[in-house]
Write a protein that binds this ligand. Sequence first.
Ligand code: F6P
Length: 550
Amino acid sequence: MSELTGSPAWTALSAHAAALAGTSMRDLFAADPGRAERMTFRAAGLVADLSKHKATGETLVRLLDLAHVTDVAGWRDRMFAGQKVNGTERRAVLHTALRAPPGTKLYIGGEDLMAEVHGVLDRMLDFAARVRSGAHVGATGRRITDVVNIGIGGSDLGPVMVSEALTPWRDPAIRPHFVSNVDGTHLSEVLRRVDPETTLFLIASKTFTTQETLANARSARDWFAARIPDPAAVASHFAALSTNREAVIAFGIDPANMFGFWDWVGGRYSVWSAIGLPVAITIGPENFRAFLAGANAMDRHFRTAPLHENLPVLMALLGVWAVNFLGARAHAVLPYDQSLSRFPAYLQQLDMESNGKGVDRDGNPVDYATGPVLFGEPGTNGQHAFYQLIHQGTHLIPCDFLAPVETQNPLGDHHRLLLSNVLAQAEALMRGRTRAEAEAELRAEGLKEAEVARLAPHKVFPGDRPSTTILFRRLDPATLGALIALYEHKVFVQGIVWRINSFDQWGVELGKQLARPILAELASGISGSTHDASTAALIRKAARQDTDGL
Ligand code: F6P
């Protein structure tokens, strides 16, 4: 038994879960008319109803005990203060500094961090403004009409998601494109649509060593050079967003066109840094500052609200409750806003790369489940795909429903239809439908008793399936900033409770390492002797040495 699972707070929660097993959420609502209001929390323009979790006041008290014994508040304060909370990489974790307003003071090792942060931000926003105004033009004097961001993981998912989410705020004269996959199709399809004279390439890579990004960047440069052979032209058409100045220079990008950031910004937390440049170019400096300010409002809430009213803390703890005490292994994020179509994909990296860990901070294997499998699709599409399993399947999958009460695109009664669906889904998951209710409905349809008996079991919904509903007025830059920061802090709190390091990602290494020799073997057609029989045979087939069946 580990320190965590052996703690009185944990064992009390296990006993409490067993005691609650016979109580349904329907019972909880029936017994307590004030439940919804009491379990609704507000932060930075977001209103979150947590009442559709199978949790009582006692559950929250016990979960808050767990937060206290795992020192959530202490770790939070150490993170904001710039201490090296990323232990394995011996790094501070300060993406929150990237959205702190001017005037904030933060000194690390005697250095005025905020002066550096605002220096890069001002430069980057000035560059964005010049591209937008036409002060920065291409080598042949034409205005930039297309921005191609080449990056992967955190150097792609954040900018893609934010760019899509803030479409109404974008300048339609500048089209953003995102190339991440090393599959040549991705880059080729984008290059087919752009004109080299009016295209700006942003090579986005924290490390500037990522294989996929460098391969795409080289191919983009070759494509460009084949069309505009003047070597000096590269300066007006290529910029780098990176922490690795030497590698940027070695690649051939003028450091004057490099926008830097720091090792204390994790890739999946980097959209607030220079990695946000494609967003800043398309939505403009003011909107980008509003995006940062929204996140900062959530940071202030997270830092200062008492834990029992602290939205990221409460969402995190209810997630822990579901995973460790109710047996959930997956979590769905379901935005009822088409603009947030890439939000679940973005959150997959944020959550699963952060909390998909099997050893604790001290390197001991954990004896409890950690981060769940996260997935999602915008409503209402998901309803017609995988919701069946969430309603009637054998897995417990807590859901986050996100919805704006005002739409960006008023069209007839579409928005009311959308809202009616999101509210109904959360209600259906909570209430379910009993056998008696199912039978009554079938009888009301005029079915014979034999038919009622045959169909009723299939029409039963177990209910008692937890969800959080988050409403906001509309999806503007500040609200989006707050929403992302909410999830960042939720993931952080869960990592602290689970005693894992949410800021490293060693699990991505082994595949990368093994791909290197395979790359050489595919080129030579000779598979090495170190492989298992399956991998060796697949290499021969992929290299077309063995065409059996291909
Ligand atoms: O493969 C994982 C990862 O290291 C992510 O954490 C990161 O966001 C991505 O690769 C891209 O890294 P970089 O920005 O250094 O190219």
